[in-house]
Design a protein around this ligand. Structure first.
Ligand SMILES: [Zn+2]
Length: 481
């Protein structure tokens, strides 16, 4: 990767973009958002995103070199520095690293962190219509791995820093920009590394904003709701071990280890779903019911009643994200037994990836699994348990997002979402920082399917809208009128 070239183009863009506030801003010492030319800011950010996409920061099994996030961190730091914002790159491992910058406020309120991850999941170029690291623009859409997850928001965070800096406004809070490595593989060399090695740089924060949910778009292009990730399902990995006598396969053993395991697994995969309605989930369905029609509207409005009907529950489960909010889940991922076709082995094992709703105790869940299996000869052990506290939905930050949404999208509700997957939020929730996951872009189901899939791209109009929305949220959160 030609970093020098990237750095130079960033500098050139910075020079061009110093007019983002227009001539009116020059006449006023401390302009507010009404004086920002968001069209110009969007164009500037688009050029940054094109260059950022071209830096291949693939992170996944078998990828060598892994991540290469330092190149991304250096790129982001170079733009910050060119715009007069001090930025530091921390190397967590060779070629890997995090970028950190802070706009100082007057200390009236605690800081807010704008967090994004620099790495992306790998992409096989031959399956894409336009190269995943090309940064090409076609039909007003910017193509590339990371445009949605999450280099697009990384650049929106960056542009927010630049606009705040250029505005010269007095901030009530410090605004921290943090770009991390390794999110896609769990964060050991990224967010975890950063909070372990430099907790002093983030621990004064009250809020953190990062990816999570998004503005849900109907197929007709209308926004259904702004979904804010307030909690993520907790991860529990379990191992099932069945033991039995060894023998020659010509003389079957009814209770052999593989047979016991097969029976246990059969019971698990056949076990009916037990819905659990958490208060946040009840609020979520009630809020989004306004955008629905007919049976779905009625079901969402009274989700407790809806899940009692097996038919309605079945239809709700067709939407895997919504279904995941209504239940603990387990997926059978690994099965192992035997080494030779004619030998009955003494041990057979399986692994389950379980995702538990917040408030569910892992030991209670293990007991539930044991109850379903109902065979004391099959041992159930915990391999891993990662838990994060949910963030409340009645904070100044949420009120701020609601206020911006009311102006940007009148009548579109802002709702709490429990997401079934993981982000880096939990590392910061562990430090007591209230964390929200919200991509400020309106995305439909087709768009979401490209995340970790093929042909990931972002409509440029939506990218620019997202920059305006994010800036307005952060400005409102950090400035008094
Ligand atoms: Zn992501």
């Amino acid at each position: 990767m030609d970093l020098k070239k990237l750095g130079l183009s960033a500098l050139m863009i910075a020079a061009v973009s110093s007019t983002t506030f227009g001539t009116a801003a020059n006449a006023v010492a401390k302009p507010g958002s009404q004086l920002i030319n968001f069209e110009q800011a969007g164009t500037e950010a688009t050029r940054y995103l094109v260059d950022y996409i071209k830096i291949d920061t693939s992170n996944g099994p078998g990828i060598n070199p892994t991540g290469n996030e330092k190149a991304g961190a250096d790129f982001l730091a170079s733009i910050l520095k060119a715009n007069g914002i001090e930025a530091t790159v921390f190397e967590s491992a060779p070629n890997r690293g995090c970028v950190y910058a802070r706009l100082k406020g007057n200390g009236k309120k605690k800081a807010v962190i704008l967090l994004s991850h620099i790495d992306v999941v790998p992409a096989k170029g031959e399956n894409w219509l336009h190269g995943p690291f090309s940064g090409e623009i076609h039909d007003n859409e910017l193509w590339g791995r990371g445009t949605l997850d999450m280099k697009g928001m990384g650049i929106a965070n960056l542009e927010t820093m630049l606009l705040l800096k250029r505005s010269g406004r007095t901030l009530d809070r410090d605004v921290i920009f943090l770009g991390t490595a390794d999110e896609e593989m769990g964060g050991a060399m990224g967010a975890k590394w950063f909070v372990d090695h430099h907790p002093e740089l983030v621990k004064d924060a009250e809020y953190l904003l990062t990816e999570g949910f998004y503005i849900d778009s109907a197929d007709d292009g209308k926004a259904r709701y702004w979904g804010i990730d307030v909690a993520e399902k907790n991860l529990l990995w379990l191992k099932l071990t069945a033991k039995g006598a060894a023998g020659h396969a010509s003389m079957p053993i009814a209770n052999s280890a593989p047979n016991r395991l097969a029976r246990a697994l059969q019971k698990l995969v056949d076990s009916p779903v037990k819905p659990i309605i958490l208060p946040e989930v009840r609020d979520y369905f009630k809020s989004i019911s306004v955008a629905e029609k007919g049976q779905l509207k009625a079901a969402f409005a009274d989700i407790d009643a809806a899940v009692k009907s097996p038919e309605t529950l079945k239809s709700l489960q067709k939407d895997s994200i919504k279904a995941a909010m209504l239940q603990n889940t387990y997926s059978l991922t690994i099965i192992k037994a035997g080494y030779k076709t004619n030998v009955i082995p003494t041990e057979a094992t399986a692994e389950l990836d379980c995702r538990l709703l917040p408030t569910v105790n892992p030991d209670d869940f293990v007991n539930e699994i044991k109850g379903i299996i109902n065979d004391p000869q099959v041992e159930v052990t915990k391999l891993d348990w990662i838990k994060a506290e949910p963030s409340p939905f009645n904070t100044e930050c949420i009120e701020t997002i609601k206020a911006v949404a009311a102006k940007e999208a009148p009548g579109v509700p802002v709702v709490p979402v429990i997401i079934p997957w993981f982000t880096d939020s939990h590392w910061f929730r562990d430090l007591g920082i209230t964390s929200y996951g919200f991509l400020p872009f309106q995305i439909n189901q087709k768009g979401i399917a490209t995340v970790h899939g093929i042909n990931e791209r972002i409509p440029l109009d939506e990218f620019k809208n997202g920059i305006r929305r994010l800036y307005l949220m952060v400005e409102k959160l950090c400035t008094t009128k």
